[in-house]
Design a protein around this ligand. Structure first.
Ligand SMILES: Nc1c(NC[C@H](O)[C@H](O)[C@H](O)CO)[nH]c(=O)[nH]c1=O
Ligand SMILES: CC(=O)[C@@H](O)COP(=O)(O)O
Length: 158
């Protein structure tokens, strides 16, 4: 279902598990900082809202979304981290660079989760325009950071 038909901040409360003792890493890309900061705050506030402790939310920054995979791996390798949330925004430009980054990050993040057998969440926007990104970072389509946090929580209740 396209985001235009589903608000990213709306979700069912099924499989919401207690997370007060859980530890989360949130890896945030610095590219498109206005968007990624909004996504981070959505994810952070959603984790807190559902009972996470501030000291159990570990934020790490990486230069761009392409580096999210390695950042996620470094955090997932830590035994005390229960889930990793990757936050990024890759905006279509004039060249095929967009395609390569998006493909690499999607596959890379997937593989980290499989390698370390823990939730590693793809909280990466891949819009065509800056407006589409802002619409999904707290705008009319909600906040993908909220969605990423809830996804991590639900996976921990699997
Ligand atoms: N154009 C965007 C990038 N590009 C940078 C790459 O992610 C990477 O840091 C670089 O290729 C060096 O490895 N990154 C984004 O997150 N968003 C973009 O729109
Ligand atoms: C996704 C990107 O790296 C992109 O923003 C770079 O822009 P361009 O393809 O015009 O070089």
């Amino acid at each position: 279902m396209a985001s235009s038909n589903k608000n990213l901040s709306e979700y069912s409360d099924k499989n919401i598990t207690p997370i007060s003792e859980r530890k989360f890493a949130v890896v945030v890309s610095e590219w498109n900082e206005e968007v990624t900061e909004a996504l981070y705050h959505g994810a952070y506030s959603t984790l807190i809202q559902h009972g996470a402790q501030k000291e159990n939310i570990i934020r790490k920054s990486v230069p761009g979304s392409f580096e999210l995979t390695l950042g996620a791996q470094w955090m997932a390798a830590q035994d005390d981290i229960d889930a990793v949330i990757c936050i990024g925004c890759v905006v279509q430009g004039e060249t095929k660079h967009f395609d390569f980054i998006c493909d690499a990050v999607a596959h890379g993040i997937t593989n980290v989760g499989l390698k370390f057998n823990k939730p590693v969440i793809f909280g990466v926007l891949t819009p065509n325009t800056q407006k589409q990104a802002l619409d999904r970072a707290g705008g009319k389509h909600g906040n993908k950071g909220d969605e990423a946090a809830i996804t991590a929580i639900k996976m921990l209740g699997f």
